[in-house]
Design a protein around this ligand. Structure first.
Ligand code: UP5
Ligand code: MG
Length: 196
């Protein structure tokens, strides 16, 4: 496949900002293929025989970033599969890139992003959402200690990615504090402005 034939939109925002929620809505209305890096890593972690399972488990619990080779490969495989089997060309890459090295590697070796949809949300709001979800999610990182670590990684490691894309004029920022439908209305308006 050729990079000219695919459109990639990165979806970033802090833990619990609502990336997954908004991506599901976008899939229903626009036919994007939604690929969550976190979901792909959790699947790989649980895949019998995976040589990375234990490592991924540790990184996720500690809220740190899994070495990029693993994540980029999982994303690339999933993209190829979606192109071949589902004839998809439009991708929402959710929760990635969250470190500068990943951003550079992906845009160099896979495809440059069209832009980044960035969900801006205060920590206290995100924390409440995650604690709530933790009651039923079964996610190993939805506990107060892991949440604190995820917030720290987001500020220290992932925000520099957002700032770099911002300096290239490639960030579409959406305020993510209101309810899911209000946030989505703004997403749709912003995408329209960008010709999507
Ligand atoms: N909710 C959502 N929107 C709401 C709204 N507007 N109003 C009220 N409630 C709202 O939402 C979270 C919760 O809030 C849900 O209960 C939802 O109903 C509610 P969700 O849409 O799931 O938010 P999201 O931003 O997707 O939160 P998530 O927890 O998935 O974000 P993370 O970025 O922390 O998780 P992710 O799965 O992307 O990554 C997990 C870990 O994987 C990372 O910490 C890291 O260790 C690892 N990772 C890597 O190492 N490398 C990568 O490239 C990616 C991940
Ligand atoms: Mg998510």
């Amino acid at each position: 496949w050729s990079p000219d034939d695919v459109t990639v939109i990165f979806v970033l925002g802090g833990p619990g900002a609502g990336k997954g929620t908004q991506c599901s809505k976008l899939v229903a209305d626009y036919g994007f293929k939604h690929l969550s890096a976190g979901d792909l890593l959790r699947e790989e972690q649980d895949r019998p025989g995976s040589e990375f399972g234990e490592m991924i488990k540790t990184y996720i619990k500690e809220g740190t970033i899994v070495p990029m080779e693993v994540t980029v490969q999982l994303l690339e495989n999933a993209m190829k599969l979606a192109m071949e089997k589902e004839k998809k060309t439009m991708f929402l890459i959710d929760g990635f890139p969250r470190k500068l090295d990943q951003a550079h590697a992906f845009e160099r070796s896979v495809v440059p992003s069209k832009f980044t949809l960035f969900f801006d949300c205060p920590e206290d709001v995100m924390e409440e959402r995650l604690i709530n979800r933790g009651k039923t999610s079964g996610r190993a990182d939805d506990n107060p200690e892991s949440i604190r670590k995820r917030f720290r990684t987001f500020v220290e490691t992932s925000m520099p990615v957002v700032h770099e894309f911002e300096s290239q004029g490639k960030v579409v920022k959406v305020e993510a504090t209101k309810g899911p439908d209000d946030v989505y209305d703004e997403v749709k308006a912003q995408l329209k402005e960008r010709g999507v």
